[in-house]
Design a binder for this molecule. Structure first.
Ligand code: ADP
Ligand code: MG
Length: 601
């Protein structure tokens, strides 16, 4: 009887000590979640070892093999076996060091954790040693270090990740999903260390290489493309002990997600929402809801002001002075964003004095306008000259987008000329209008696309030869695993997956044929990956197609083309903003002009 009282649940197993191998596997779960986490730990070790070149190879999404090769300082032969013991590290000596961490690693957990769930081989040699050593580790066993002739540096090879932990395997994404995650890690370390020559190979194919020039813009170019890199604005600033530097996009370069924002604190890639909020504060009112700037932001601050020991993978951190950090990031970004905003009335009028920013860019009737190429502008399917004769009245929206506000309308404008192959200058009853030709064209095409997609599919144009387009792993995933191809068809794209990292494009939206269909496709897939199939995604996709089809800045336009464009713009639903919410035009009012010229008190 007493037994029943003492143990109300007779089936409850007794408390016992886990054996070493099992305990290691449990602990490994914190550090090693997926192939990308192994790559992260090994990369951090290479960087801590002072490497200047690191080569990362994966096979089968990293599950078959991960190899990270560095030219760092290596591990002395006598210490190699110790490196695989839990809590064995060369980076932390005493407790106080924990609050002054200058290395990426310090917990001494990565190597033992990886060995607990995979087969590891480590080959290493220190500078000047007669030879290096090779050691194997699997589960709780570490083989004796064997001498081997090796170059200075360390190579760690990890095979059959999670082969003995089937439960973990089940949580892995598709192979391309894991490759994408590894790519993300490598990309971020490239941004964190622009001087590092970092390369990634997947199943023998080169996926990414950073040149290691030391210039952050070069890394951004390799990752996001030269066009974006060329537009990025350098930021820099110091606030108390906090230094901020990096690159941010101007407001007109934005993305549908925060996936293109990266933050680094003392060389460590961190995820911290507060930093993203601080950055985006600088763009307030300049970005449409749901759009996000591209940014690579580095913070350097005394290590004792950051707690990096709040998460096993060290990707989350705490700042001692949150508010100062917030202010520093916002101020640095805001300065860059503000510098892109022309003070209305100043630049154009050249009030800054001779040689002012705007004055030298004005094309008068004898300038660039005369050399303007004919027919640069495709005004969409209605075609130049066939625009509706009567502007759409208030009662005549035909189920179009929400009725526009009175204040949104623009009067009939008289085109005067073009400035900088970018702005159309026009005169209205209330002053001088500067129209951004790209934004204006975008609005015209977008309205046209929305109307057409309501009546059915967007008109497609088939290509004579299908075009192979390289895709990122996330983009490819949408096509391969999702209904991506089916969702793109109504937008005029005919695409199918091709190989493991590309697609074949057989048709493009007709309107886009002369524009940039490749870029548009990538952005559409990207949006589809982050947003799923939604009405919101479709509308954004139309905006993307309009953007990639629209006349670019830098394109000289003939007077007649500008007239047609402005005329079509006047008759859109929202002539004052482009589909991304940026203004299409700025008005320099008659009264403002009078004031500036001192004609009125
Ligand atoms: P931690 O990085 O937290 O110290 P790890 O388990 O990742 O712990 O590594 C243990 C130790 O092995 C490190 O402290 C370092 O001395 C050594 N080590 C690991 N990888 C390398 C490498 N690529 N080059 C040089 N030393 C390394
Ligand atoms: Mg480490």
């Amino acid at each position: 009887m007493t037994t029943t009282i003492l143990s109300p649940t007779p089936s409850r197993p007794a408390i016992r000590q886990l054996d070493a191998a099992l305990a290691a596997k449990v602990a490994a779960g914190e550090v090693v979640e997926r192939p990308a986490s192994v790559v992260k730990e090994l990369l951090e070790n290479a960087i801590d070892a002072g490497a200047t070149r690191v080569r990362v190879e994966i096979e089968g999404g990293g599950q078959v093999l991960i190899r990270v090769q560095d030219d760092g300082c290596g591990i002395p032969a006598a210490e190699v076996e110790t490196a695989f013991r839990r809590h064995a590290t060369s980076k932390l000596a005493g407790f106080d060091d924990l609050f002054r961490v200058r290395t990426l690693g310090f917990r001494g957990e990565a190597l033992p954790s990886i060995a607990a769930v995979a087969e590891v081989k480590l080959a290493t040699c220190v500078e000047g040693a007669p030879h290096g050593v090779v050691v194997g580790a699997h589960g709780a066993t570490v083989t004796r270090a064997a001498p081997r002739g090796l170059p200075t540096g360390t190579t760690v090879t990890v095979r059959d990740l999670f082969a003995a932990v089937p439960a973990r395997l089940k949580f892995l994404k598709s192979r391309s999903g894991e490759v994408a995650a590894v790519q993300g890690v490598v990309a971020h370390y490239a941004m964190a260390y622009p001087a590092l020559r970092l390369s990634l190979y997947s199943d023998g194919r080169p996926v990414f290489t950073s040149a290691g020039t030391g210039a952050l813009a070069d890394v951004v170019g390799a990752l996001y493309g030269a066009t974006v890199a060329a537009r990025m604005l350098a930021i820099g600033g110091e606030h108390r002990d906090i230094a901020v530097w990096g690159l941010v996009s101007p407001p007109d370069v934005s993305r549908p997600s925060r996936a293109y924002q990266s933050f680094f604190v003392n060389g460590r890639w961190v995820r911290n929402r507060m930093l993203a909020v601080a950055l985006e504060e600088a763009y307030r009112t300049h970005l449409m809801v749901g759009r996000h700037p591209v940014a690579v932001v580095h913070l350097t601050l005394p290590p004792e002001l950051v707690d990096v020991n709040v998460h096993p993978t060290k990707s989350e951190i705490k700042f001692l002075y949150d508010r100062e950090v917030f202010a520093a990031v916002r101020a640095a970004a805001a300065a860059a964003v503000l510098a892109t905003m022309p003070a209305p009335g100043k630049t154009l009028m050249g009030i800054d004095g001779p040689g002012g920013a705007g004055a030298d860019g004005v094309n008068g009737t004898t300038g660039g306008m005369m050399e303007a190429r004919q027919g640069a502008l495709d005004l969409g399917a209605e075609g130049a000259g066939q625009a509706p004769l009567t502007p759409r009245g208030d009662g005549d929206h035909g189920g179009g987008p929400a009725p526009r506000e009175r204040a949104d309308m623009v009067p009939v404008l008289r085109v005067l000329g073009q400035v900088n192959s970018l702005y159309i200058i026009a005169e209205g009853p209330d002053g001088v209008y500067m129209v951004d030709q790209h934004a204006a064209h975008e609005r015209v095409l977008f309205d046209d696309l929305v109307a057409r997609s309501r009546g059915g599919d967007v008109e497609a144009q088939f290509l004579l030869e299908p075009l192979a387009v390289e895709l990122s792993a996330a983009q490819f995933d949408v096509l391969e695993t999702g209904e991506g191809a089916a969702d793109l068809a109504p937008l005029g794209f005919a695409v199918e997956p091709f190989g493991t990292a590309a697609c074949l494009m057989r048709a493009v939206p007709a309107i886009l044929a002369a524009g940039d269909p490749v870029d548009a496709l990538r952005e559409l897939l990207e949006g589809r990956a982050t947003r799923g199939e939604s009405a919101d995604w479709r509308e954004r996709s139309l905006a993307t197609i309009a953007c990639k089809s629209a006349v670019k800045a830098g394109q000289p336009l003939a007077l007649e083309e500008m007239r047609q464009l402005v005329y079509r713009l006047e008759n859109t639903t929202r002539p004052r903003t482009c589909p991304h919410g940026r203004p299409t035009m700025i008005l320099l009012s008659a009264s403002q002009l009078e004031r500036e010229f001192g004609r009125r008190g």
